[in-house]
Structure formats: C-alpha cells, structure tokens
Design a protein around this ligand. Structure first.
Ligand code: AMP
Length: 416
C-alpha cells in the first residue's frame, strides 16, 4: 500500500513506467513539427518574480487572484512558480530588445496552479506552447492556429473543435468593457456572486461564466463584435477567410474571451469531445504586453499535455508496455561469466544495442524470469563451460529457439 509519504503533493503526479514513453513520443513529435514551422526552443526558469505574472496576466484574473503558488524566497523576495508560459517567454524576449523581432519560440514543461484537483485539472500540469513575435497580423494568427491543428493531428487527434473569437484591438478594450458594464449593470442581481464582482474588475469574464443564471443574461447581449470598431471586425473576417483558405474549420464562439488580460484581437480554444466538463485541450490568442517602456506583440498558444493524453486514450492510444524493452538480456552462470558478460554488455551498448543483465549473481531461473520480464527479444547465456569453449548460447525469445554461436559471429546474430 502506498503511504502518504510516498505520494507526491495533492494534484501533482509522478510520470513514469510505460506512460513516460508516450510523453516522450508526444514531445518528440512536437519538436519535429515546431521545427517544420521555424520555431526553436526556449527554456525559461520555473520560478519568476511574482510581478512578472501579476503584471502580464493581470491582477484581476482568476490565476493571479486565486491560483498562484507564491512564496518568499530566502532573501524575502516574492517568487511564483509559473502558472503559464507566456509571461516568462515575453520577459525573456523583452530582454533581447530588437533581436526579438520575428522570433518564433516554443516551450514545454510544468506549470503550477493551486486549483481544486479533479479529472483534467491538476496543480502541476504540463503545457507545450509557442510564441510568435510580431505586430497584429491575421496571417500570423492563421499560421499559428494551423500549426497547432497540424500538431494535434500528428499526435493522433483529428476530431478536435476549434472555437475562435475576437476581443478587438487592445486600445478599444476599455471602451468595450464600459459598454458591457452599461448593458449588464441593470441585471447585476441576476448574476452569480463571482460575476457581480467581475462587473467592476474583469467584466469580459462574465461572458464565459459557466453558470446557467449568468449564461441566460449573457445570451441576451449583442455579440462582442458589435461593440467593436469596423477595423477590428475586418481583421477577424480576414482571419476567418484565411483559415478557410488553409482548410481549417473554425466555429465562431461570440462568448469566448479567455481568462487573461493580455489578449487583443484573436482568441481561440480547442476542445475535444472526450474531455467532458474540462473539455479545453488548448487555448491561444494574440496579445500585446507592456512593461515599463517596453512592449511586445505576438500570438501564441498553449496545450495542456495531460488533457492531450486523456483525449488520446479516448481514441485508443495507450502506452506501449514494450517501449522500455532491452534488445538483449545477458544471463551469467558464475563469477567468470558475470565479468565476461559485463564487458560484452559494454561492447554491445557502444554498438547501439540496448542490453541489460542481473548484477547480483541470482539463480539461472531468476535471471531467465528477469529476461522474460524485460521484454528482450534475444537472450545470451553463458557459464564456465561456454567460456572454456569460446562460445555463447543464444536464445530467441520470440521463437523459443536456442543454439550455440561462437563469440565472433554473435554480433551479426544480434544485429539481425
Ligand atoms: P489556459 O491558459 O488556462 O487556457 O490553459 C491552456 C491549457 O492548459 C488548457 O486548455 C488546458 O488544456 C491546460 N490546463 C490549464 N489548467 C490546467 C490544469 N489545472 N490542469 C491540467 N491542465 C490544465
């Protein structure tokens, strides 16, 4: 029985066993696809100064208000474990100044949010995302979305739904928020407690509140696009046309706003039917972020890897139990054979053959059992007698055949 001492913190998971090979294969595929689109990797630190997130994500957002893992470091500085990837990457890019123009970066790694754990909602989860620097350009937004769907397809997820919307230019967000507030104020009493608070602090979020009473109010509002300037609407229409030209199906969801303050123009979400209540596989959007005298515009997305894995399981993708198998298992009877096998093992590994053996001098039976468990397709057996005769016994674990080979031809046999 696992005791509390052997468990990770609540909402966090160890990833090992056959499952980890599935993670690695998803990561390998992601790297390959990102390369096709001209992206390179950036690894930013997991802890950042708290201000990086409060400033970039926005003080009034759920993440900043309720979900950050924030603590004082030994120097009394406020530090936060990253709840998302964009803020750190943008900090890095701002440091590059002009060099960051047109940068295309991707990241993969753990994120931290102190949420109530449930299926598809963890406190440590993993995201794989990209950031594409550049001023508002619907072609870049379309390319970013196309890249994301390409990657999902390569992973084996073809039945995803893409929902898109626009938040209008950054400059008009205050005016849109004011108009929404005016429309909602008379119906404040019908909204849930959270949304009553959001009316002042983050009125856009009321649009995507999941509570029925709020949805009823929201359904009576005009779509966001009607509150926007013609330029913003045109940007969005051009994006939709470009997506069509690229063969990407997109459904407009006029209530989609996404949680973070930094978005401007395009926002999107990708859902998967197998995910139930937490059905968002991924989110993305265009942003403009200011910090002191610096500002940075770009477009990006983040995919939740745990949810990608859940969706993959629903379409029948399971971890491969044999992924970890060695090619060859070496069985040694006696001290001399153990030493000789150890040298052989090293030789084989240098030649690129994955092999393994028991180092504890266990019985032949125990070693054969271990060989079986390892999934190795070939087993090499030797004891004193074989050493004297300069031969080895080779057993094919698939056919069950067993025969003697001389040490010189062993390698050829193992490589076939
Ligand atoms: P967000 O920036 O919140 O839209 O997150 C992007 C993606 O990360 C979501 O679509 C989810 O797939 C994933 N995600 C966000 N929060 C969690 C969480 N607490 N646990 C697992 N996955 C998450």
């Amino acid at each position: 029985m696992a005791s509390k001492n052997t468990q990770p913190l609540q909402g966090m998971e160890d990833i090992g066993g056959p499952e980890v090979y599935l993670w690695q294969s998803l990561e390998d595929t992601a790297r390959r696809i990102f390369h096709l689109y001209g992206f390179s990797e950036i690894r930013t630190p997991i802890p950042e100064r708290t201000g990086i997130f409060t400033h970039t994500i926005g003080d009034a957002t759920d993440i900043v208000q309720k979900e950050m893992y924030t603590f004082e470091d030994r120097g009394g500085r406020s530090v936060t474990l990253r709840p998302e990837g964009t803020a750190g990457v943008v900090r890095y890019l701002m440091g590059l100044g002009q060099e960051a123009r047109d940068a295309r970066l991707y990241y993969m790694g753990p994120m931290y949010r102190a949420e109530r754990p449930q299926a598809g909602r963890k406190r440590q989860f993993h995201q794989c995302g990209v950031e594409m620097v550049g001023d508002a350009n619907y072609l870049a937004d379309a390319e970013c979305i196309a890249l994301q769907l390409h990657l999902l397809e390569e992973w084996g997820l073809t039945d995803c739904n893409l929902l898109i919307n626009t938040r209008g230019e950054r400059g008009e967000s205050e005016q849109i928020a004011d108009e929404l507030r005016n429309l909602l104020q008379p119906r404040k009493g019908e909204l849930c407690d959270d949304c009553q608070r959001r009316l002042d602090s983050n009125v856009l979020r009321i649009l995507d509140c999941k509570r029925r009473e709020c949805q009823k109010v929201v359904d009576s509002l005009p779509p966001l696009t009607e509150l926007m300037k013609a330029d913003s609407r045109e940007y969005f229409e051009r994006l939709r046309a470009t997506l069509k030209e690229l063969g990407v199906d997109a459904t407009v969801d006029p209530r989609l706003v996404r949680g973070l303050d930094y978005y401007a123009h395009t926002v999107w979400e990708i859902t998967h039917p197998a995910l139930g209540a937490q059905d968002a596989l991924a989110g993305g959007g265009r942003y403009e972020i200011e910090s002191g005298k610096n500002s940075l515009a770009g477009v990006g997305f983040a995919m939740g890897m745990e949810r990608v894995l859940m969706a993959l399981k629903s379409v029948g993708v399971e971890p491969d139990e044999n992924e970890a198998a060695s090619d060859v298992w070496l069985v040694s009877m006696g001290e001399r054979a153990l030493k000789a096998n150890m040298a052989l093992e090293q030789d084989l590994r240098y030649k690129g053959i994955a092999c393994n053996m028991d180092l504890h001098g266990r019985s032949m039976k125990a070693q054969m059992r271990a060989a079986n468990r390892s999934g190795a397709r070939k087993v090499v057996i030797r004891g004193d007698d074989e050493i004297e005769r300069d031969i080895l016994v080779l057993k094919d674990m698939v056919s069950g055949e067993q025969f003697e080979v001389d040490s010189k031809s062993l390698m050829d046999r193992l490589l076939t």
